[in-house]
Design a protein around this ligand. Structure first.
Ligand code: MG
Length: 244
């Protein structure tokens, strides 16, 4: 399976942050713009932090500028760290995740992140569970409001870090929302949808992923998919050869 590249979403896929992310961004908005401010409801499913910032700032009467975005991210990271340290934190690792990551690592599968989280926030979330040890690169939601832009970045990051080429047809994008499925399809990767987030397996299946599972505890099916992708990674296959 060592020819395969797996790109994991974080929230709803590896962990359930127990509302810590949304809570932190709402607190950050109040820290910056005052307690009286009405923070709008946020649908964070499959979105990117860059998109959230562009939605939040105007709602608070702020201009969207590189500075205002950076300030919001900074305040968010302070609150996010606090949230994950709270005793009342309800954040958990999702079922099957640790076992799967351990097997994949033993098999030599390359694993990266493809997440809407800003990079610093992603590492805070993963470090709080020791999951950071499995990942050394990724594409993050710092700059791109559209998740679909992150796939090519993740492939490029994998190639930079591992000094070798990864074929999209030998890659799998794993996530819990229709946006993850779309993002994988854009680069011609296989897609694994996991119903441990905000969408049911029926809702995810309607978007036609390569495989949909109720949780990553469905190890056999997941490993079959990975093995299939690995076989697809013929030596001369590459983006130019893909029919996707
Ligand atoms: Mg997610």
């Amino acid at each position: 399976m060592d020819g395969c590249l797996l790109l994991f979403d974080i929230d709803g896929t590896l962990i359930d942050a127990g509302g810590a992310g949304v809570g932190a961004i709402r607190l950050a908005a109040r820290d910056l713009y005052g307690d009286q401010i009405a923070v709008p409801e946020l649908d964070v499913r499959g979105t990117t932090d860059a998109a959230l910032a562009r939605k939040l700032l105007p709602a608070m009467g702020a201009e969207v500028t590189p500075d205002s975005i950076a300030q919001l991210y900074e305040a968010y990271l302070v609150r996010l760290r606090e949230k994950f340290q709270e005793e009342s934190s309800e954040a958990i690792i999702l079922p099957g995740v640790l076992e799967l990551l351990d097997i994949l690592r033993k098999e030599g599968v390359t694993m990266g992140l493809l997440t809407g989280n800003i990079e610093a926030g992603a590492w805070i979330k993963l470090e709080s569970f020791g999951l950071d040890q499995y990942f050394s690169f990724g594409a993050f939601g710092d700059e791109h409001p559209e998740r679909d832009k992150l796939g090519p970045e993740a492939l490029a990051a994998a190639e930079r870090v591992h000094q070798r080429r990864f074929s999209p047809v030998a890659s799998v994008v794993i996530g819990d929302t229709p946006r993850d499925i779309s993002c994988g399809r854009v680069i011609g990767a296989s897609t694994l949808a996991v119903a441990t987030g905000a969408y049911s397996i029926e809702e995810l299946s309607a978007h036609d992923p390569t495989l949909a599972v109720r949780s990553l505890e469905e190890l056999e099916a997941v490993l079959d998919l990975v093995a299939g992708c690995s076989r697809a990674n013929a030596p001369d296959s590459g983006p130019g050869d893909s029919s996707a």
